[in-house]
Design a protein around this ligand. Structure first.
Ligand code: PEP
Length: 247
């Protein structure tokens, strides 16, 4: 135990109807009781479930997250959700710039930076995702890609969390190796320090990409890793809690 706090974040993506999601949240709340205070759990249900999952998390240390927000506070943006609306429901964390948002909603680093500013202004903790594609990695441009995403997508004065999610590892069952994660998160840390012009109080860096209970402990033992962002394995309470137990 290094005294680090670790965040175990469950991104439910576009999954879950009311009954099964409530059962999942209840089981996570129950399992969280056995975890040390240094381990923080957060769940990120789809917007349709934010309020009712939030109600189940009241009086629990499990944090309530959302999967996106818009940068404006209100207005004529049909179908979008603003950061103050999330804060109003007790949301504390918001995922921004997930590779699926970048891909399917054409989100750019500039858009993501503006969303992060809006989230911070609303009192939310942005969990800002960065990550290289397989092609960028194979052509030796992974670090350059990550540095560019940081330079363009992380606003000045950023106080949040960065999630390193290599696109080739998300939902593929191809977890990055511990060596890769250690080296890449060290690069990200240096890049954040240069960009934010601060040596201390750097944002924690999560790893995400096919994390399972099998590899969670070795990933969470890496000094530059501040937790994990979990997709598929967060949809079952047992596997999500087993990942947290690896912390
Ligand atoms: C994610 O989408 O944030 C993620 C890490 O997914 P998975 O764990 O399923 O790879």
């Amino acid at each position: 135990e290094t005294g680090r706090r670790l965040l175990i974040a469950g991104n439910w993506k576009m999954n879950g109807l009311r009954a099964s999601s409530q059962a999942l949240a209840r089981a996570i709340v129950e399992g969280a009781k056995a975890l040390p205070a240094s381990v923080e759990l957060a769940v990120f249900p789809p917007f349709t479930l934010t309020a009712e999952i939030g109600a189940l998390l009241t009086d629990s240390p499990v944090r309530l997250g959302a999967q996106d927000c818009r940068s404006e506070k209100s207005g004529a943006f049909t179908g979008d959700i603003a950061a103050p609306m999330l804060a109003d429901l007790g949301v504390t964390h918001v995922i921004l710039g997930h590779s699926e948002r970048r891909r399917y909603h054409d989100e750019t680093d500039q858009i993501i930076s503006a969303k992060a500013e809006a989230a911070l202004e609303a009192g939310l903790v942005p969990v800002l995702c960065i990550g290289e594609t397989a092609e960028e990695r194979d052509s030796g441009r992974a670090y350059e890609t990550l540095s560019n995403q940081i330079a363009r997508g992380v606003p000045a004065g950023f106080r949040g969390v960065i999630a390193y999610e290599p696109v080739w590892a998300i939902g593929t069952g191809r977890t990055a190796s511990s060596d890769d994660i250690a080296q890449t998160t060290a690069h990200i840390r240096d890049s954040l320090a240069a960009h934010l012009q601060t040596g201390d109080n750097l944002p924690p860096i999560l790893y995400g990409g096919s994390v399972t209970a099998r590899d969670a402990a070795s990933i969470l033992a890496i000094e530059t890793v501040g937790g994990v962002l979990v997709g598929g394995a967060s949809l079952k309470a047992d596997s999500f809690l087993a990942i947290a137990q690896g912390a």
